[in-house]
Design a protein around this ligand. Sequence first.
Ligand code: T46
Length: 133
Amino acid sequence: MSLINLVDLPDLGDDRGGLVSIEANKHIPFAVKRVYYIFKTHEDVARGFHAHKELKQLVICVSGSCKMVMDNGISKDDVILNTPKKGLLIDSLVWREMHDFSEDCVLLVLASEYYDESDYIRNYDEFLKKAEP
Ligand code: T46
């Protein structure tokens, strides 16, 4: 089964331009406690390289593009994020890496929890131990 869970976001755009509205517990399966965005990532840089113990997130590429690699310790999938009309759901215990950022890439992230460094697993071997079925 693919790890890529893309959610169609409601497109309320009209002839004036685009508009997407996202409601917690309706379009995404959690209440949003935190919002952050990643922008102006240098083209030769990759980000992520960690998993989360509990955190769930929805990642929306509101501008530009990048590649998201997801790994649950058993299988690995990747997807190009390049539209503000879809969000990528990332469950807990999924190792993620972000590559190939375009210059204009902006990733908007809706998170189920407040920032907590102790929720991060930044060591791949430790991740594999936690992800074991
Ligand atoms: C994720 C991917 C998609 C905070 O203090 N508060 C925050 O809300 C965040 C997200 C980060 N930070 C601090 C932690 C680090 O010292 O900002 C620094 C950069 O974070 P990090 O290296 O984890 O950034 P990315 O781009 O590798 O990963 C981020 C999120 O941290 C992560 O949860 O899933 O984006």
